[in-house]
Design a protein around this ligand. Structure first.
Ligand code: THU
Length: 137
């Protein structure tokens, strides 16, 4: 469970990051912040490219930054857009890799929470490492 203060802080970090998004092609900025079980926060923004498919979403940037610093356990992720858009399918799959019970807060630029989910809500029965184990001979 997150305290109200932790939720507000996480959303504030995502809003702060939002302003650093690199989105010249879509003009749709996204900011994200992920809270680790150890209490650290890593933020991320969408990073677009002139070769459009190379774009990386804010949620994945935040999670990959955290993982590359040695983090593996997450308790919450906040994502902020101008209209409260929800995480894309690829980001949901990456979230499911690490934390199916993670809280996902979807908020707008005023910090108003417009959606609150677990990763399991967003991607039920996700493919995961257990499926690979079963497939092994
Ligand atoms: N985007 C994200 O950063 N996260 C999502 O979950 C949805 C989409 C970005 C990718 C692209 O830069 C822009 O939003 C429009 O699709």
């Amino acid at each position: 469970m997150l305290t109200n203060e932790q939720r507000e802080k996480l959303i504030a970090r995502a809003i702060d990051a939002y302003h650093r998004a690199y989105a010249p092609y879509s003009d749709y900025s996204v900011g994200a912040a992920v809270l680790t079980k150890s209490g650290e926060v890593y933020d991320g923004v969408n990073v677009e490219n002139a070769v459009y498919p190379l774009t990386l979403c804010a949620e994945r940037v935040a999670i990959f930054k955290a993982v590359s610093e040695g983090e593996r356990e997450f308790s919450a992720l906040a994502v902020v857009t101008r209209n409260g858009g929800t995480p894309c399918g690829s980001c949901r799959q990456v979230m499911a890799e690490f934390a199916r019970d993670m809280l996902v807060l979807v908020a707008d630029l005023e910090g108003k929470v417009v959606g609150e989910y677990t990763v399991e809500d967003l991607l039920p029965d996700a493919f995961g490492n257990a499926d690979l184990d079963e497939a092994l001979p």
